[in-house]
Design a protein around this ligand. Structure first.
Ligand code: 5GP
Ligand code: ZN
Length: 117
């Protein structure tokens, strides 16, 4: 697989071709605020390389998963989400996924309900 899909919105955000409000970046991962926030904090955490969703990762991607969740923990601390937060990753069209470049949603700053719709 190539690292980049030229038709992918989030690959274009990684490349800086589409602006985003970045809150974190490292060698493997970037994070930026969702354009349509569903909570006071709503950040998307994504790998720099193109992968469609969590289901497309393999055992060889364990380090990438660690980087994604490590970024989530740091952002939650930075955003003051000590009361709690939610991490969601939609996988596939039926889950509601609309951008097919793996992302974790980090949502916080308000009480959450369960189950999700
Ligand atoms: P999904 O529905 O795939 O789980 O989540 C995609 C998310 O990307 C949605 O929450 C949507 O608001 C967000 N999104 C879509 N286009 C853009 C964009 O151009 N910039 C940013 N920052 N977020 C976007
Ligand atoms: Zn992509």
């Amino acid at each position: 697989m190539t690292d980049r899909d030229p038709d992918c919105l989030f690959c274009r955000i990684v490349a800086g071709e589409i602006p985003s409000d970045r809150v974190h970046e490292d060698d493997e991962v970037i994070a930026f605020r969702d354009i349509a926030p569903q909570a006071p904090t709503h950040v998307l955490i994504i790998p720099r390389r193109h992968v469609a969703d969590l289901h497309d990762l393999t055992d060889a991607d364990a380090a990438l998963l660690g980087s994604l969740f490590g970024a989530a923990r740091r952002i939650a601390d930075d955003e003051g989400l000590e009361r709690g937060y939610r991490i969601v990753s939609n996988v596939g069209a039926e889950s509601g996924q609309s951008v097919f470049h793996l992302h974790l949603h980090l949502l916080g700053g308000r009480p959450m309900t369960w189950p999700p719709g």
